[in-house]
Design a protein around this ligand. Structure first.
Ligand code: PGA
Length: 249
């Protein structure tokens, strides 16, 4: 399958001025045939949704609360994210698994909450360096994936994406090799195919971890890599556009 989804995760970066300047400088000729998603901090989502309207680019949140409404101070419901104009939400990013101690179960519940509100979840999985060095990378990703497929409707999964992000590759400049990434993506697709072949064909499995304009084309050229989740390079609209175009070539 040709790559069809490229996402910029701005993490805790940006400002009102930043997002307006970014979208102005993000030169993408539409239609580009790829879903291009910008994920700012939630406080800027409504603003960004207004700014990208009509450009072909859409936006998403970086996290979601699990309850629909109520007494949950500090949380943001999936329905609220959808209401301000976002289409996607990242769940289970390793920075949240580490900083907020999010476990597989909670990540799966967040994916289900996203689907409840009509948002498409980007479900992050990936092993740490210690886990890879111990030869446990497949077991870790399998465990993370199983928690999700146990909880989430498979049709819903098909409209979202799985992001394989080896923790050691995030923000480190140490990208997984194309072979390492392809091997894990094939494992993920195969695991889903055991449940439903059609869903496995449809779900986008994207790679994240130090993607840049130099390595994107090789990664996106792999059979089971359907796009990318881009952190650092996604903060620069010129670099991000270059990465998006690498997915089209
Ligand atoms: P990176 O981040 O591209 O800076 O490695 C990717 C991510 O955390 O999603």
């Amino acid at each position: 399958m040709r790559p069809s989804l490229v996402v910029a995760n701005w993490k805790m970066n940006g400002s009102g001025d930043f997002l307006r300047d970014y979208v102005e400088r993000l030169e993408l000729d539409q239609p580009i045939g790829i879903d291009v998603v910008l994920c700012p901090p939630s406080i800027y989502l409504a603003d960004l949704a207004r700014v990208v309207r009509g450009t072909g680019v859409v936006c998403g949140a970086q996290d979601v609360g699990i309850q629909p409404v109520g007494a949950h101070t500090g949380e943001i419901a999936a329905e609220m994210i959808a209401e301000v104009g976002a289409d996607w939400v990242i769940v289970g990013h390793s920075e949240r698994r580490i900083d907020q101690n999010e476990k597989d179960d909670l990540v799966a519940t967040k994916a289900a909450a996203a689907l409840r509100a009509g948002l498409k979840p980007i479900i992050c999985v990936g092993e740490t360096l210690a886990e890879r060095e111990a030869g446990h990378e497949i077991a870790v990703v399998e465990r993370q994936l199983e928690a999700v497929v146990d909880r989430v409707d498979l049709e819903g999964l098909a409209c979202g994406a799985i992001a394989y992000e080896p923790v050691w590759a995030i923000g480190s400049g140490m990208t997984a090799t194309a072979e390492q990434a392809q091997a894990m993506h094939a494992f993920i697709r195969d695991k889903i195919a055991h449940l439903d072949v059609e869903i496995a064909r449809k779900v986008r499995v994207v790679y994240g971890g130090s993607i840049n304009p130099e390595n994107a084309e090789e990664l996106f050229g792999q059979d089971d890599i359907d796009g990318g989740l881009v952190g650092g390079a996604g903060l620069d609209p010129v670099q991000f556009a270059h990465i998006v175009y690498s997915a089209t070539s």
